[in-house]
Design a protein around this ligand. Structure first.
Ligand code: S3P
Length: 455
């Protein structure tokens, strides 16, 4: 356990280098692995979750090298080249690794057991197991529909026509990856539009994929050709310094090269509706994705109503959005949040509990959350259980930058799954995050300079 205290900071100022997009990084490794030839990935997120994907692909027979110059090289094994791994594939905390790799492995003649940490082992896998079974993959009988699960793939999968019962880019992607090795055309209908990195990136690897609104069609038997992928910075990671800057009076923080794909941009739209001063500069296309540089200034925020149809485009941002709403002036309402209950933690329950502990007035429903902001930060002064959830950990550290009393999180280690330099980067712009040991060394002087010195 790695406990961190976040104390009230002065005005945040400066620049943060936001790490590479997690969704794109997973996909670049996976698609490179089943390609012909070499794939080079620039700006890959080097974090716990992405390393789980890399290590699993290595265990399946792929050569993946971190060249050490910011470039990763993948020697593809081709569309049928995986071999059965000798040991279980450890997916750690990563749902994306697990579900997408299940889709990928399903179309190969291999058997692999997937295991994960305590959080991942509680998350529902039937959403991919059921349709992959329909395509011809078999799974050992774990009635719970949770990890550990043993998957035996098949080179002769059949394409299916499938209507997604949940809005999930992970399930969509798993079925498209299985569809690559299936006989016939896989037809998928999304429940709502979700992130489209699989569709876009498969195109970059030379695959023809037809999309029209919610409908996607992919013909099996296509080959991928290795290519170069340039990974933009992750808008979900950028969300934490963004909200921290907005809540900090007089702050000015810049974040460069942030992916602003419309299917990931819901939080930023919502914050702007709340009165956030966020400027997007130098909009450009990088590796098939639109990116921009963001300048965020401290802003008074007002409560807002988040429409349910915006949920998929800000699905990972509700913990940090709830922090913004808790400090805003007025009521913020959110609905259509059922999927939050099956993320790295039950984010609806964990956020509601933590914010209530901090003194926020709120109402938690089955899939709704109403937060009564007073226009002033809540009091804080509590310890939050982060429940193996990186986004819960970072959200409460951000809240602690404005509460009168510091907020402690019981375990900061999950942050390594997505934003390894978060603590240092935030301290560099003026946050006061420090370890509990640092407090023990010097319980009086928590000034920013002192903390910097202790790190
Ligand atoms: C992801 C999709 C989302 C998101 C997750 C990453 C992806 O999950 O929450 O962090 O890379 O496809 P769902 O598709 O399950 O909503």
């Amino acid at each position: 356990m790695n406990s961190i205290i976040s104390s009230k900071s002065s005005s945040l100022q400066g620049h943060i280098r936001v790490p590479g997009d997690k969704s794109i990084s997973h996909r670049a490794l996976m698609f490179g692995a089943i390609s012909e030839g070499e794939t080079l990935v620039y700006g890959l997120l080097n974090s716990g979750d992405v390393l789980c994907t890399a290590n699993a692909l290595r265990a399946l027979g792929t050569k993946i090298t971190d060249r050490g110059d910011g470039v990763w090289s993948i020697q593809g094994v081709g569309s049928k080249g995986f071999k059965s791994p000798q040991n279980p594939l450890n997916m750690g905390n990563s749902g994306t690794s697990t579900r997408l790799l299940m889709g990928l492995v399903a179309g190969h003649d291999v058997t692999a057991t997937f295991i994960g940490d305590e959080s991942l082992s509680k998350r529902p896998m039937n959403r991919v197991v059921e349709p992959l079974r329909q395509m011809g993959a078999s799974f050992g009988d774990n009635e719970t529909g949770c990890l550990p699960l043993t998957l035996t793939g098949s080179k002769t999968l059949n394409a299916i026509t499938y209507k997604l019962p949940v809005a999930s880019a992970q399930v969509k992607s798993a079925l498209l990856l299985a569809g690559l090795n299936a006989k016939g055309t896989t037809h998928i209908t999304e429940l709502e539009l979700t992130r489209d990195y699989t569709e876009t990136m498969l195109g970059a690897f030379g695959v023809t994929i037809n999309t029209k609104g919610l409908e996607i069609a992919l013909e099996g038997g296509q080959f991928l050709e290795g290519c170069a992928i340039d990974v933009p910075a992750d808008p979900s990671s950028a969300a934490f310094p963004t909200v921290a800057a907005l809540l900090s009076e007089g702050a000015e923080v810049s974040l460069n090269n942030i992916g602003i794909n419309a299917r990931r941009f819901g939080l930023y739209e919502t914050l702007i509706e709340m009165g956030a001063d966020i400027t997007l500069k130098n909009k450009r296309t990088q590796g098939g994705e639109v990116v921009a540089d963001l300048i965020i200034k401290g802003s008074p925020l007002k409560g807002v109503n988040v429409p349910a149809n915006r949920v998929p485009s800000m699905i990972d941002e509700f913990p940090i959005f709830a922090v913004a709403a808790a400090c805003a002036d007025g009521i913020s309402m959110m609905s259509g949040l059922a999927e939050l209950r099956v993320k790295e933690s039950d984010r609806l329950a964990v956020m509601a509990k933590g914010l209530t502990q901090c003194g926020v007035q709120l109402e938690e429903g089955e899939d709704t959350l109403i937060i009564h902001g007073t226009g002033a930060p809540p009091r804080g002064g509590v310890t939050i259980e982060t429940a193996l959830d990186h986004r819960i950990a970072m959200s409460f550290l951000v809240l602690g930058t404005v509460t009168d009393d510091p907020i402690t999180i019981d375990d900061a280690s999950p942050i390594l799954t997505s934003f390894p330099n978060f603590i240092e980067s935030m301290n560099d712009i003026g946050a006061c995050f420090h370890t509990v040991e640092a407090q023990a060394i010097d319980p009086i002087d928590f000034s920013h300079e002192k903390i910097k010195h202790l790190r």
